[in-house]
Design a protein around this ligand. Sequence first.
Ligand code: ZN
Length: 444
Amino acid sequence: MKLSWHVLLNNRKVKPTLAAACLVLLLVTSGHAAFAQKTEKRFATAADIQRDSVNRFIKYKTCGTWAAYVPDTLHPEFTPFRQVRINIHVMLDSKGQNNFPDNSIGRQWIKDMITNANARLDKNTKMNLPKGNTTPVLRIPFHYVLTGRPGDPRDDGIYFHRDDSLFFMNKKAKNLTSVYDNRQYQVYGIQKDTVINVFLMEHHPDSVRSKTYRPSNDGIGMGPWAKIVGCYNIWKTPTVMKNGDTLRYSPWDAAALFNHELGHCLGLQHTWNTDDGCDDTPKNPGCWNVNEPPGCTDVSNNVMDYNAWKISYTPCQIGKINKNFYDDKVTRKYLVPEWCTFNESKTVTIESGTSAEWNGSMDVLGNLVVSNNAVLTIHCTTSLPPGGKVILYPKSTLILDGAILTSRCASPFEGIEIISNKKSSPKIYFKNGSVLQNAVHMME
Ligand SMILES: [Zn+2]
C-alpha cells in the first residue's frame, strides 16, 4: 500500500500535502474494496433450504448400527472423547473389616485401580486372536471419572458401608447373596440416574476358610451397577513364588476385571459363550493364559473374555460402546454432558475440498464449520451445544438426510449461519423429513 501510494503521487505529480495524501489514501482504499467480494453473514431461513417431496421423517438405515460408530482414524475429531461417571462402594462388615479399610490406604488403592483402568483404555492392544489377524487397533474414546455428589467437595465418589448382611457374596447361592443380588445397589446406590455404581465385595470369611470354596476374583456388570469381587482378599495375601519372591495382586490387575465388568455396563457381551454381535471377536478355547490350563497356546487378550490380559478392544466393541453413548436409554446418562458446554477449541471443521458423511449420531462440542468446496452429509441426530452454530461458507454444501440437527441440552444452539457473497451462497438440502430442532434461529 505504501509503495503504490508513492508511485501514484509521482505519476500524478501531486504535491504531497497532508490533505492530498488523505484523499489519495481514500481513493486507493475504496478501490480495493471494489475488488474484494462483499460477504454477508446471517442465519438461514426457510427460503435457503431445498427440500425433497418427502413429508414424514424417515430414519436413516445406519443410525442404529455399531458400524456407524467405529472411530474414523482419519478424523479423530468426529469421535468426541467421553468421561463415564462412576462411583465406588466398599462393602465392609459391621466391624469395618473384610474389605479395603476406610483410610488413606484403602482410598488410594481404589483411586489407583481407576487410574489403571484408564491407563488400560489408553493402551488398547492388538488382538491375539485369531492368529495372524489384521484387526485394527483403535483409540478407545472414553475414561472413567470418579464422581461425588455435586456441591460437596469432600465427596470423592468413594463410599464405605458397614453391613453384615450385604458385605459379602456367595458363589454357591442362587438368589440372595449371589453375584446377581442387587440389594447393595438398591440400598446404597448414590446418584443412580447419572453415575454407574460399582461395589467392591468380598467372599464371606467362612467361605474363604472352606476347602471346597475358591474365593476367586469375580464380578458382574448389570448396566447401572457392577460388582467387583474378591480383590481385597487376594491383595492382602501375596502369592509366594518358588524362588521366594512375593507377587502381590495390584490395582493394575484389578483394573482388568474392572474394565471387563464395566464393559458389560457399557453394552458388551462375552465373546466366547454367546453371540456378541461382533465378527472381530472370535470364539476361543477358554485359556486363561499360556499353559493355564495345561496345553493352552491360543490365549485371547480381549477384555470381554476370561483371560489374564483383558487389554484388547476390537473396532466392533468400541463401535458398540460409542453407539450406546448416544442413546439416552443406555449409557448416555452416565456421561459428563460435555456436549452442553460450548468449547470453541472442539470446533469440527470439514476442510475445503473434502466431503464427510456421518452415518451415526454425533455430538459437536464447539461450532460445526463447512468450508468452501466441502460437503457434509448428516444422517441421524447431530447435537450442538448452546452458543454453538453451524457455519456454512459460500461454496459449501450441507445435506441433511433422515437427520435431526438439534441441541440435546435444555437450552437451544444458535442455528445455521450462512456466509454468502455476490457469486455464491451455501447449498442446504433437507431430505427425508429432516428437521432443525431446539435452535435459537429456527428458519421460520
Ligand atoms: Zn463377564
